[in-house]
Design a protein around this ligand. Structure first.
Ligand code: ATP
Length: 258
């Protein structure tokens, strides 16, 4: 059996009284397009932050491509790319300068960085904006330059926290194309989202998280089971059948003040 891309065992994290991640176990296979899905506040960002070495767990272990994230951080960080939520970029650099800087930090030779940066900027439709400061980029452009920076060193596993949030359909299609090509070559993508249609159309493997716990994980078809859509299966799994907004908000509508 090939080694899993990610192996998480009994992961816990609390912020004061707030339990964010409560005993997560995950085994994510290599070479798959994997979606980590869950409602707002489910613990997706906290889990991904601990898996990528950005946040120290209270308890539990994480291995990425066979290396312990907290005992062997340099080995892991050389093999992964990360696009965190609310990514803070060095935004007084231009897009091209940011990639040049990232490439050198990753230890790539200058000529290789130049070549890869040119190709990534081109494929991601950023060639025209490559000399503009990142601070002046739109949300979608920031996601795309962040993705380029995360891919530049050709990582084995790419982690993306809500990569399509705030991205228009054209840019989403571009990002999607790049990610499909990347997984097609045997690499692994793990991304978080609460947009079920997106996960259903992109992923071949999903993990469902709610209230800090994994509710299901496996191939998409297995997690969907007999439900017509992933959305339906998800609502069943997280036990959210929707409050009756019609009775709760009986004052809403028509603009009357009484
Ligand atoms: N730094 C923090 N301090 C305090 N509470 C936090 C912190 N980060 C997360 N939490 C809490 O932990 C829980 C899980 O949050 P997390 O951001 O991991 O969820 P999420 O699934 O990524 O949500 P969303 O889809 O809304 O981004 C929430 O209750 C959140 O309020």
């Amino acid at each position: 059996m090939t080694e899993p891309a990610v192996h998480v065992h009994n992961l816990w994290k609390a912020f004061g009284q707030q339990l964010a991640v409560a005993g997560v176990d995950l085994t994510l296979p290599a070479g798959k397009f994997i979606g980590l899905v869950g409602p707002n506040g489910a613990g997706k960002t906290t889990t991904l932050s601990m898996v990528t070495g950005l946040l120290r767990p209270d308890q539990g272990t994480v291995e990425v491509v066979g290396h312990d994230v907290w005992k062997d951080p340099a080995e892991v960080k050389a093999r992964i790319g990360v696009l965190p939520e609310g990514l803070r970029l060095f935004d007084r650099l231009s897009g091209r300068e940011l990639l040049a800087y990232t490439g050198r930090l990753r230890g790539l030779p200058g000529t290789e960085v130049d070549k890869r940066a040119t190709q990534l900027l081109d494929v991601l439709d950023l060639a025209g904006a490559q000399h503009k400061l990142v601070v002046d980029y739109s949300t979608g452009m920031r996601k795309k330059i962040g993705l380029a920076a995360a891919l530049l060193h050709n990582p084995e596993v790419l982690f993306l926290d809500e990569p399509f949030e705030g991205v228009d359909p054209v840019s989403a299609q571009t990002i999607r194309g790049v990610l499909e090509r990347y997984t097609g070559s045997g690499a692994t993508v793990v991304f978080s989202s609460h947009v079920m249609e997106l996960v259903e159309s992109l992923c071949d493997w999903v993990a469902v998280i709610a209230a800090g716990r994994i509710r299901a994980q496996g191939p998409l078809a297995e997690v969907r089971g007999d439900a017509a859509t992933l959305q339906e299966a998800f609502l069943e799994l997280v036990g959210a059948h929707g409050r009756d907004a019609a009775t709760d908000l009986d004052w809403l509508g028509g603009g009357s003040t009484r």
